[in-house]
Write a protein of this length. Structure first.
Length: 183
C-alpha cells in the first residue's frame, strides 16, 4: 500500500515536460537572383542581390505555427535593363521589414513554410522609367521555406520575394539565406 501511495504522490506532483523552444533569433547572410517583372522587366533587366538578414521568430516545438519579424538589407546589380543608360549594370540597394507567420506543414519541428509581408525601400543609381525616379517606397511580400540544421544551431531559408508593391518598379526574386541562431 505504501508503494501505491508513493507512486500516486509522485504522479500528482510530476509536471508535464514542456516542449523544447526553438531559437528565437537568427542573423546571417542572404543572396540570390532577381529580375524585373511585368512592365518593369525591360527597364530593370535581371541580376543578383546579396546582403544580410535578421529575424525574430519565437516558437516552441509543440506549436504548428508562430509569428515572424524579419529585416533584410541587400545590394545588387541588374544587367540588360533599359534603365542602365549611363553604366551597365544598374546598382540597387533594398531594405525590407517583414512580418508574417511560419507554419509547420508536417511532424518535423525543424521545417516551416513562411508567409510574410511588409514595407521596402529601394534605391537605384540611375533613374528608372516610367516615373524617372531613383528612390522608391512600397510593399513587399514573400513566400518561403525555413529549415533548422545541426540541432537548430543554423537556419537556412529560401524565399520567393515580390516587391515593390505600389508605386515602384516590380521585381521578382529567389533569395537563399544562411543564418546562425540564438535564444
Amino acid at each position: 500500500m505504501r508503494a501505491l501511495l508513493v507512486a500516486g504522490a509522485v504522479a500528482a506532483l510530476a509536471t508535464k515536460a514542456g516542449a523544447e523552444p526553438l531559437p528565437r533569433y537568427s542573423i546571417g547572410a542572404e543572396g540570390g537572383g532577381i529580375s524585373g517583372t511585368g512592365s518593369d522587366a525591360t527597364s530593370l533587366g535581371f541580376g543578383w542581390v546579396g546582403g544580410a538578414q535578421a529575424a525574430l521568430q519565437p516558437i516552441a516545438t509543440e506549436r504548428r505555427w508562430g509569428y515572424s519579424i524579419k529585416w533584410s538589407v541587400e545590394w545588387g546589380r541588374m544587367y540588360g535593363g533599359d534603365a542602365a543608360r549611363i553604366t551597365d549594370p544598374l546598382y540597387l540597394l533594398q531594405m525590407d521589414v517583414l512580418g508574417g507567420i511560419r507554419i509547420r506543414p508536417g511532424d518535423n519541428p525543424n521545417r516551416y513554410l513562411t508567409l510574410r509581408a511588409g514595407g521596402t525601400l529601394l534605391r537605384t543609381n540611375q533613374l528608372v522609367p516610367p516615373n524617372m525616379q531613383r528612390a522608391f517606397a512600397g510593399g513587399v511580400a514573400t513566400i518561403g521555406f525555413d529549415q533548422y540544421l545541426w540541432g537548430a544551431a543554423v537556419l537556412i531559408n529560401v524565399d520567393v520575394r515580390f516587391g515593390v508593391i505600389g508605386d515602384g518598379p516590380a521585381t521578382l526574386g529567389l533569395v537563399f539565406g544562411f543564418s546562425k541562431t540564438g535564444s
